[in-house]
Design a protein around this ligand. Structure first.
Ligand code: FES
Length: 100
């Protein structure tokens, strides 16, 4: 995959995690942005409410589900942080209502 030259890339990418502005390195995942924002957990299970945090960081464990730009249930470790992206932790089950 082609990437911009390093000198043409921004030094950091601003994202909003639970309303907090966080700057992450280019290429960082949304899951990394949540951790950089200081949250220890990224979701809570629907049944017991136990906290989960990103574990594998490669799309296997699904412990990183989050709401990204209004879309719930996304594997945040597989989504590259983009400038202005809004990330929210997923607490409980995602809504089945297709409108955010
Ligand atoms: S951290 Fe395991 S799927 Fe995202």
């Amino acid at each position: 995959m082609f990437r911009p030259r390093p000198d043409a890339m921004p030094a950091t990418v601003p994202v909003i995690v639970e309303g907090r502005l966080v700057h992450v390195p280019p290429g960082a995942s949304a899951a990394a942005a949540v951790l950089a924002a200081g949250f220890r957990g990224i979701r809570e299970t629907p049944v017991s409410g136990s906290k989960r945090a990103p574990y594998c960081m490669m799309g296997v464990c699904f412990d990183c589900l989050a709401e990204i730009d209004g879309v719930p249930g996304r594997q945040s470790c597989m989504v590259e942080a983009q400038a202005g992206m809004r990330i929210r932790r997923q607490i409980g089950a995602r809504s089945i209502d297709p409108t955010p």
